[in-house]
Write a protein that binds this ligand. Structure first.
Ligand code: NAD
Length: 488
C-alpha cells in the first residue's frame, strides 16, 4: 500500500497513537483503497480503559453538568467548523450521497451534541417529603452520577449519527468513554476524536480504539472488567454475544439492534404519499437503516395499483456516484455485505418470490462495477414463513403482500422475532391510534417515517433491543441515581 494514504490511529489519553497491526479501509464505490487503519490489540484497549478510569478520578470526574454542557457545545461547533471534512470522511467510507451526508449524517451529529447539552443542563432530580415515626419531616432526593467508564460500540450504517447518539449523552452525564466504531467506517470517528481534542476535554474523557468485533477491539473492550456499562448498536446476534460477556460483573447494557419492520398501507391512505413514503422507508441509504421497511402490507383493494406504483418509483431511483446531485442510492457498505444481500435475492427466488423489479447487480461500464451496488428490489408472493419475510436483509429490498382486515394485519405485523418500528399509512386517525397500541414495536410512525424528536424514547422489543435511549431515557441509562434520605 502507498505510504501517502492516510493512517487512522487510536485516540487514547489525549493522544493519537498507532499500533502495529493494520487493516485496509476500502471504498464501496469502486473498491479503491482509502487508507489504513490501526487495529487495537488487548494492550491498546487496556490502555484506553485505564485512561478512561483515570479521567474519572481527575479533572473530568470533577466537572459540573453545566461545564460538560459547554464542552458538548464546543464539540458541536467543532463538527460544524469541519463540516465538509466530516462529509468527505463519511462519503468515502460509505459511498452514500454527499447530499445525504450533509443533510442527515453530519447534521445529526451536531444536533446530538446540542440536544444532550441542553438536556443535561435541565436535568433535575426527584424530591419527596414524608413524615417519619419520630414526627420529623424527612426529605429524600436523588443525585445523578456517572457510571464511570462506558464502552460505545457502533455500526457502519449511519456511522457518525449513531456514534454521537451515544457518545454525547455518555459524556453529558460525566462518564468517560471508550468508543469503537465499525471497522467499515473508521474515518468520521477519527475526525470526531480530533474535534473532541480541539474542544479541550481532559485527557482520557474520550478515547477511541479501532478494530473488529470478535477476538479484536470490540470483544477486548466489552470483556474488560473495568468497563462499567456497554452501549451497543448493531446486529441482534452481536447483541447476544455482548450480553453474555456483560454478565460477568453484571454490567449495564443498552442495545439498539436489528429490525424486520412493517409498513402498513390502508386503502384509505393518501395513495401518492404512501407510495413515496414506502419508497423512502424501503430504499433510503440503500435499505441499510435499522428502521427500513422490509415487509409491506397493503389493503387488498389497492394492492395491485400500489405494487405497480412502487415498482415505477423504484425503477426511477438513480443509483450513482456520491457527488451527483440527483443520486438516490449509493452502494452497500462492502462487497461482503453485497454478497449476503445477493444470497437473499437467490433465496427469495428459491422460496417462490415473484421479483417485481431488481434482484441483481446494476452494470455501469465504469469503476463502479468494482463497487458494492445492488438494484432496488421488490418481491411479492412469499409466504409469511419464508426466511426472506422473517430475516433482516439490510439492503434495498421489500416484500409486498395484500391483507384483508385489521385483525389480520396486526397478527402478521406482530409475527416477527423483531420489534423495532412500524409505519402506518391511513387517513383514519382513530384506527391509527388503536393499531399503534397493538403493534409490538418500540416506535410507530403514522403517515410519515424516520421523523424523530430526539427527546422521545428510541428502541425496540424482542430481537430489536433492550432499553430506550433518547431524551431523558438516555440520561437515565448513562447515569446512576443515588437516593439521599435526610432526617433533619
Ligand atoms: P455488527 O453487529 O456486525 O457490528 C456492530 C459493531 O459491533 C461493530 O463495531 C463491530 O465491530 C462490533 N462487534 C461485532 N462483533 C462483536 C463482538 N463479539 N463483541 C464486541 N463488538 C463486536 O452490526 P453492523 O453490521 O455493523 O450493523 C448493521 C446492524 O445494525 C443491522 O442489524 C441493523 O439493523 C443494526 N442497527 C440497529 C440500529 C438501531 O438503532 N436499532 C441502528 C443501526 C443499525
Amino acid at each position: 500500500m502507498s505510504s501517502s494514504l492516510p493512517l487512522l490511529r487510536h485516540y487514547i489519553d489525549g493522544e493519537f497513537v498507532a499500533s502495529a497491526k493494520r487493516f485496509a479501509n476500502v471504498s464501496p464505490v469502486d473498491g479503491r483503497m482509502l487508507g489504513e487503519v490501526c487495529e487495537a490489540d488487548g494492550d491498546t484497549v487496556n490502555r484506553a480503559v485505564a485512561a478512561a478510569r483515570a479521567a474519572q478520578a481527575g479533572a473530568w470526574g470533577r466537572t459540573s453538568a453545566g461545564e460538560r454542557a459547554d464542552a458538548l457545545l464546543r464539540i458541536a461547533a467543532g463538527i460544524e467548523r469541519r463540516f465538509e471534512e466530516f462529509v468527505a470522511a463519511e462519503v468515502g467510507d460509505t459511498g452514500r450521497s454527499v447530499k445525504q451526508a450533509r443533510s442527515l449524517d453530519i447534521a445529526r451529529g451536531v444536533q446530538n451534541f446540542r440536544t444532550f447539552a441542553e438536556l443535561v443542563r435541565q436535568a433535575g432530580g426527584e424530591f419527596y417529603e414524608m413524615r417519619a415515626a419520630d414526627g420529623n419531616d424527612v426529605f429524600s432526593y436523588t443525585v445523578r452520577k456517572p457510571h464511570g467508564v462506558v464502552a460505545v460500540i457502533s455500526p457502519w450504517n449511519l456511522p457518525l449519527l449513531l456514534l454521537t447518539w451515544k457518545v454525547a449523552p455518555a459524556l453529558a452525564c460525566g462518564n468517560s468513554v471508550v468508543a469503537k466504531p465499525s471497522e467499515e467506517t473508521p474515518a468520521s470517528a477519527s475526525l470526531l476524536a480530533e474535534v473532541i481534542h480541539e474542544a479541550g476535554l481532559p485527557a482520557g474523557a474520550f478515547n477511541l480504539v479501532h478494530g473488529f468485533g470478535p477476538d479484536s477491539a470490540g470483544e477486548f473492550l466489552t470483556r474488560h472488567p473495568d468497563v462499567d456499562a456497554i452501549t451497543f448498536t448493531g446486529e441482534s446476534r452481536t447483541g447476544e454475544a455482548i450480553m453474555r460477556v456483560a454478565a460477568a460483573g453484571v454490567r449495564e447494557v443498552s442495545f439498539e439492534l436489528g429490525g424486520k419492520n412493517a409498513a402498513v398501507v390502508f386503502a384509505d391512505a393518501d395513495f401518492d404519499k404512501a407510495v413515496a413514503g414506502v419508497l423512502r422507508s424501503s430504499f433510503t441509504n440503500s435499505g441499510q437503516v435499522c428502521l427500513c421497511s422490509e415487509r409491506v402490507y397493503v389493503e387488498r383493494p389497492t394492492f395491485e395499483r400500489f405494487v405497480a406504483a412502487l415498482k415505477a418509483g423504484a425503477e426511477k431511483l438513480k443509483i450513482g456516484y456520491p457527488d451527483e446531485d440527483d443520486v438516490d442510492m449509493g452502494p452497500l457498505i462492502s462487497r461482503a455485505h453485497r454478497d449476503k444481500v445477493l444470497d437473499y435475492f437467490a433465496l427469495a427466488r428459491a422460496e417462490g418470490a415473484t421479483v417485481v423489479t431488481g434482484g441483481g447487480v446494476p452494470r455501469f461500464g465504469d469503476a463502479r462495477d468494482d463497487g458494492a451496488y445492488v438494484q432496488p428490489t421488490i418481491w411479492t408472493g412469499l409466504d409469511d414463513g419464508a426466511r426472506c419475510v422473517r430475516e433482516e436483509v439490510f439492503g434495498p429490498v421489500c416484500h409486498v403482500a395484500p391483507f384483508d382486515s385489521e385483525e389480520e394485519v396486526v397478527r402478521r405485523v406482530n409475527d416477527s422475532e423483531y420489534g423495532l418500528c412500524a409505519a402506518l399509512w391511513t387517513r383514519d386517525l382513530k384506527r391509527a391510534h388503536a393499531l399503534s397500541r397493538r403493534f409490538r414495536v418500540g416506535m410507530v410512525w403514522v403517515n410519515t417515517w424516520f421523523l424523530r424528536d430526539l427527546r422521545t424514547p428510541f428502541g425496540g422489543v424482542g430481537l430489536s433491543g433492550i432499553g430506550r435511549e433518547g431524551g431523558r431515557h438516555s440520561l437515565d441509562f448513562y447515569s446512576e441515581l443515588t437516593t439521599v434520605c435526610v432526617n433533619p
